[in-house]
Design a protein around this ligand. Structure first.
Ligand code: ADE
Ligand code: ZN
Length: 319
C-alpha cells in the first residue's frame, strides 16, 4: 500500500452517517430533519446547501468526547488506508456554540491523537479553522484563543466556509497574529471562486498552503507564481467533482497543476458527504505510483508538523 498523508479533511465533515446516528442516540437527540436521503447518505444540492447540511450534522454533537471519538475513528480509518499522518481541520466555533470550553474540546482531540498513535501508528495534528462567513471578528477571536492556549498539536490556522464572503485582507489581523506566534497558515481559496481569490490570499495573508486552489489553473500567471513561491495546494478532486466544479475526475486540473510545477497534495475534504476516502483519492487520481509517493512526501514537507516529526515521517516513507 502506498503510504499516504492528508492535509485537508474537516473533522465534522468526516462523520459517517452511521456515526452521526450513534452520536445522536448517545446524546438523546433527534437526528436533524432531512439530513439523509432514501439511500442513507447526506442530502445536499450545491455548495451552500452542503455547508448547511454540514452544520446540521454538527447538531448531533454535545460533549467534548463526541469530537474526540470522531477524530479517533477517522484516524483509524485513515490508517487502514495507509495514512501515516493526518492534519485535521477542527473548528473551535463548534464547541463554542455548545458552551464547551476550548481546553476541554482540545483535550478530547489531543487524547484521540495519542490513542490513535498508540493503536494504529498514525500521527495527527490539528489546524484550528475559522468559518469565513462568520466574519473577521470571530476569526481574530479564534486566533487569540489559539495563541493564548498553545498546544504542540495545534499547528496552524485555517479557514473554510463561504469563499464568496469577505476578502482575505479582512482576515489579515487574525492570520498575522497566528503567524507571529509561529502557527502555520492556510485558507480555502480557488474552490468556488476563481483565481482572483487565490491571488488575494497569497498577496494579503502569510499562507504557505491553499485549500483547494484548483481554479488557479484558469490563470497561467498564477500557476507560475504558485510554483515559484512553492505554495502547496491541498487538492481534493472527489470533493471538487461532487460539488460540480468539474464534470468528472478526468476533467480535473490536478495533472495540469503538477505539469505546471505546483506542489500538490491529496485530501478527502468531507469524505462521506462526497462519497470519497483518502484511499480513493490516491487510487482514482489517475497518477503513476511514483507520482503518488511524491505527493505523500510533499504533504509531509508542506505539513505544519514540527521538524522532528516531519523527519520521522519522511523516514517512514523511504522504505
Ligand atoms: N467546510 C467544509 N468543507 C468545506 C469546503 N469544501 N469548502 C469550504 N468550506 C468547507
Ligand atoms: Zn475543505
Amino acid at each position: 500500500m502506498i503510504p499516504k498523508a492528508e492535509l485537508h479533511c474537516h473533522l465534522e465533515g468526516s462523520i459517517p452517517p452511521e456515526l452521526a446516528r450513534a452520536l445522536a442516540a448517545r446524546n438523546g437527540l433527534e437526528l436533524p430533519a432531512n439530513l439523509f436521503g432514501a439511500d442513507g447518505h447526506y442530502v445536499w444540492r450545491d455548495f451552500l446547501t452542503f455547508l448547511d447540511a454540514y452544520d446540521r450534522v454538527c447538531g448531533v454533537l454535545r460533549e467534548p468526547r463526541d469530537f474526540g471519538d470522531i477524530l479517533y475513528s477517522y484516524l483509524q480509518r485513515a490508517a487502514a488506508q495507509g495514512a501515516i499522518y493526518v492534519e485535521m481541520f477542527c473548528s473551535p466555533e463548534r464547541p463554542r456554540m455548545l458552551g464547551i470550553p476550548y481546553v476541554a474540546w482540545l483535550g478530547a482531540l489531543v487524547d484521540a491523537i495519542d490513542r490513535a498513535r498508540r493503536d494504529f501508528g498514525i500521527e495527527g495534528r490539528i489546524v484550528g479553522i475559522c468559518i469565513r462567513h462568520l466574519g473577521p471578528d470571530r476569526a481574530l477571536a479564534l486566533a487569540q484563543q489559539m495563541v493564548a492556549e498553545p498546544h504542540p498539536y495545534v499547528v496552524a490556522i485555517g479557514m473554510g466556509g463561504d469563499e464568496a464572503k469577505f476578502t482575505p485582507a479582512e482576515f489579515a489581523p487574525a492570520y498575522r497574529l497566528a503567524h507571529e506566534k509561529g502557527l502555520g497558515c492556510t485558507i480555502h481559496a480557488g474552490e468556488v471562486v476563481g483565481p482572483e481569490s487565490v491571488w488575494a490570499a497569497i498577496r494579503d495573508l502569510p499562507v504557505t498552503r491553499i485549500g483547494h486552489g484548483v481554479r488557479s489553473i484558469e490563470d497561467a500567471a498564477l500557476v507560475e507564481e504558485l510554483a515559484r513561491r512553492g505554495i502547496a495546494l491541498e487538492v481534493c478532486p472527489g470533493s471538487n467533482v461532487a460539488l460540480g466544479l468539474y464534470p468528472n475526475r478526468a476533467a480535473h486540473p490536478l495533472p495540469r497543476l503538477i505539469a505546471g510545477g505546483v506542489r500538490v497534495t491529496l485530501g478527502s475534504d468531507d469524505p462521506p458527504f462526497f462519497h470519497t476516502t483518502l484511499g480513493m483519492e490516491y487510487d482514482e487520481a489517475g497518477l503513476a505510483e511514483q507520482v503518488l509517493r511524491t505527493i505523500t512526501r510533499t504533504a509531509i514537507e508542506a505539513s505544519f508538523a514540527d521538524e522532528a516529526t516531519k523527519t520521522k515521517l519522511l523516514k517512514r516513507i523511504q522504505s
